[in-house]
Design a protein around this ligand. Sequence first.
Ligand code: IPM
Ligand code: MN
Length: 359
Amino acid sequence: MNLKIALLPGDGIGPEVLAQAVKCLQAVEETFNHTFAYKEAPVGAIAIDKKGTPLPESTLKLCHEADAILFGAIGDPKYDNDPDAKVRPEQGLLQLRKELGLFANIRPVLSHPTLLNKSPLKKEIISGTDFVIYRELTGGIYFGEKKLNEAGTVASDLCEYSEEEISRVAHLAFKAAKGRKKKLTLVDKANVLESSRLWRKVVTRIGESYPEVALDYLFVDNAAMQIILNPTQFDVILTENMFGDILSDEGSVISGSIGLLASASVGDENALFEPIHGSYPQAKGKDIANPIASILSAAMLLEHFGLHEEAMAVKKAVDKSLKKGMVTPDLKSKSQYGTNQVGDFIAHNIVDIEDNFNM
Ligand code: IPM
Ligand code: MN
């Protein structure tokens, strides 16, 4: 298969982890006879520094022309504590999601058998966790009208949803549940928010066309508790933009490190793949960041194009690095390896597929 892949390394550890994902994709090309063409473009703080805007026209154009986008990370502390900053790196990612119509963000949360003792949560509680969060990505409070009064003393962000925005992501989530454990949990705050009540109404109605999927509902506060109290009860969690942002970071605690969680952001025409973690500026350039979330995002990319065997080869190579303790310091193994070493090890194991399948 030929694929045009846009590479957006972004800020902080983004370039380092993305480089490992590219190594793995190149190993897949070599092993399975595919041709992927890569083109790189700036986004985020680095784009502000270079071009004065977090999402330059040329970057957006490249993404539109690509079959898929592989994204590193975004954000720079120099903007975080400046409430008067006119442009922010994060706007680059948000605008990209909006412009490309990437309305569904898919975030799998798994407990890996060899990492059960890396999580601060009890083994018995997290063992067997396997759920996926479907987060609405281009609506809600992230994109509603923002206001600040003239005196700068009162501010607001509007949380608005239309039936159409709810229904398109809900259909994807129900379809996913149908192919998994056939359970969908809608997470909302319908006891307080009008927008949540619309979510319930629309999702309940759509649920009628998926009779094989059991639908239940949780308020977000309770969901936050249930995710760490009893995570194995979940299969597919469907939720709005901000709740999904928060709950997916929480979910990463189950896996043992936020450096393991990958995501896919999909729309009707385009798809972007990125780790759920941020730019981790303290680790930038130190060769300590965990590349696995980025590598698993590349596996999701392969999966998206129906390259199941290829995606499986990547996942198996990742498993092997976890099993062998070939991991970065966040996973607190006895021996610790650098970002590049872990990337090399995983890429090598994709090529060595025979060995890999016999492990
Ligand atoms: C994420 C990130 C982004 C978000 C930020 C960087 C804008 O936290 O992808 O989860 O809030 O969506
Ligand atoms: Mn987030």
